[in-house]
Design a protein around this ligand. Structure first.
Ligand SMILES: O=C(O)CCC(=O)C(=O)O
Length: 514
């Protein structure tokens, strides 16, 4: 039981920014938690210290015009402080999202990654204290959502967009206020909502309520909407917007089209940066591709991928490298590839060319990349038992630019990678293969561990699936490859990639392909 909070490490700061929540275990003992008053929980020193470390600090007041060349000019700083937004209360709604999704909530207590180029800004926080053993359903990365969520927790669970976090009495789950959370029935949770004190703490209970004889009463409805509400604000057509209209699905531009996508899929993609499509390839198609890869032609075209000593360490011990990505001990076994698989002669390439215009995949690319998309490459990874994988790479933080945006009501993704499973992938049988860090297409902090070991972070997801599954992921979603440790089957994974429809120079035959 700790009144004070240990210093947050890089990993916790990274996880909080990525997922929008963190578990603070054992801040109080079970008996103390059961008897603590709401005020004592809201003022708990350990909780306040965690808030300060995760979301506090100092920000320059004039971040754009901060330096104008004046020698000795002092920068002015503002210290971020949080205040209770409303009286603490029991979280009583069970099996539903706890979030109060008014427009005001979203904007006043949300998460800002755009207004300041120098940092992400948390405006509101929700602390959920377990006053008895409890379970919270959380939707990781939902604090940065651009799309309205599914109406119920159970639908989000079906989509595999949620995690269940077990809390013992005295634990506290601290989330960004807009991270979707819900109580599992039987839980006993005390909720405290904090607001950055520059963004009208108390707004929910006091700020926008109507006062008697206020000057606001004298205003026309249009003027009142602009200074107070409700309803608040105007739409593009100059008409007053109700709360319901403001909360209408944000896929404004594509919802009206005949090819409008499944809104929940778009929500999932926006949140997690990947999408799994089941049963895209049938048995005959799988057999066609696998037979091609069994052929002497494929054997003659397999090329090993070089192992980088700076990642896996030095043969034969690979010291310092996680076994998750290292080659089998004492070997130099590497990944092999058949490059530009669809460019080879028929019949070898027939099955791979079918990946160019698959309607299930391309219907998704139409809204992921828009406007317009083209297929850019196709290579096949064939890893033998013992083959090394790849360290985590890609991500907003590392890439040439921020290649995932949400603009004019829909996602824009500079590169979508499309992984086609030609064999089953199961962690338990030693299969390796693709790993993703869900939500990392919007992450603002670098990975907190070195290249050799970041694959072992608990946020890394091994993408299992049966043959025929397709995994689409944004090129900027941090990803890597687990080493392959299955003597009974090799890895067979086709990677096609798609991007915006811009004219590219013709491939240079002198340049090596992936
Ligand atoms: O082999 C894989 O699953 C991923 C390949 C990869 O990392 C890439 O294309 O950047």
């Amino acid at each position: 039981m700790s009144e004070t909070m240990a210093q947050m490490g890089e990993e916790q700061m990274w996880a909080f920014e990525l997922d929008g929540y963190i578990l603070l275990p054992n801040l109080l003992g079970a008996a103390a938690a059961a008897h603590a008053t709401p005020t004592a929980l809201a003022e708990h020193a350990g909780l306040l210290a965690a808030i300060d470390q995760l979301a506090g600090g100092q920000v320059p007041l004039w971040y754009r015009a901060a330096y104008d060349g004046t020698e000795g000019k002092e920068q002015a700083f503002h210290t971020i402080q949080f205040a209770l937004d409303r009286p603490p209360g029991r979280l009583t709604k069970e099996g539903q999202w706890a979030n109060d999704l008014t427009v005001d909530e979203q904007r006043r207590l949300g998460y800002d990654t755009t207004s300041r180029p120098d940092r992400a800004y948390v405006w509101g926080l929700r602390a959920l204290w377990a006053v008895d053993d409890s379970c919270v359903v959380v939707c990781p990365a939902s604090h940065k959502a651009n799309v309205h969520p599914p109406p119920s927790m159970s639908r989000a669970e079906e989509l595999e967009a949620t995690e269940r976090v077990q809390l013992s009495a005295g634990d506290c789950l601290l989330a960004v206020a807009t991270t979707l959370v819900g109580a599992v029935p039987g839980s006993a949770l005390q909720e405290c909502i904090f607001c950055d004190n520059t963004r009208f703490p108390g707004g929910a209970s006091g700020h926008s309520t109507k006062r008697a004889n206020s000057w606001i009463d004298e205003l026309t409805p249009e003027r009142r909407a602009l200074v107070a509400g409700p309803p608040r604000g105007f739409g593009h057509d100059g008409q007053l917007l109700s709360n319901e209209q403001q909360l209408a699905p944000s896929l404004l531009s594509i919802n009206g089209r005949p090819d409008a996508p499944d809104r929940e899929e778009v929500w999932f993609w926006d949140l997690r940066g990947y999408l799994v499509l089941h049963n895209v390839m049938d048995r005959a198609w799988l057999a066609q591709c696998n037979a091609a890869l069994d052929s002497p032609f494929a054997q003659a075209n397999r090329r090993p991928v070089e192992l980088s000593n700076s990642v896996v360490g030095t043969y034969p011990d690979y010291e310092g490298c996680s076994q998750t990505i290292a080659p089998a001990p004492g070997t130099r076994c590497t990944e092999e590839r058949v490059s530009q698989t669809w460019a080879h002669p028929s019949p070898f390439s027939d099955g791979f060319r079918r990946m160019i215009d698959n309607p299930l995949v391309n219907a998704r690319l139409a809204w992921m990349i828009d406007p317009g998309f083209v297929m850019t490459t196709c290579y096949t990874i064939v890893s033998r038992n013992g083959a090394a994988g790849q360290p985590l790479h890609s991500g907003w933080f590392y890439g040439a630019g921020h290649t995932y945006h949400f603009r004019d009501g829909q996602p824009r993704t500079e590169q979508v990678n499309i992984g086609w499973l030609l064999q089953d992938v199961e962690t338990a049988t030693g299969d390796g293969g693709l790993m993703l860090v869900p939500g990392s297409h919007k992450a603002r902090r670098p990975l907190p561990r070195p290249k050799q070991t970041s694959c072992d972070l608990p946020q890394v997801k091994h993408m299992q699936g049966v043959a025929g599954t397709v995994i689409m992921y944004a090129g900027t979603t941090t990803h890597g490859v687990r080493s392959w440790r299955n003597p009974h089957r090799e890895r067979r994974f086709v990677n096609t990639k798609a991007g915006p429809n811009i004219r590219r120079p013709a491939p240079d035959p002198g340049q090596p392909s992936p």
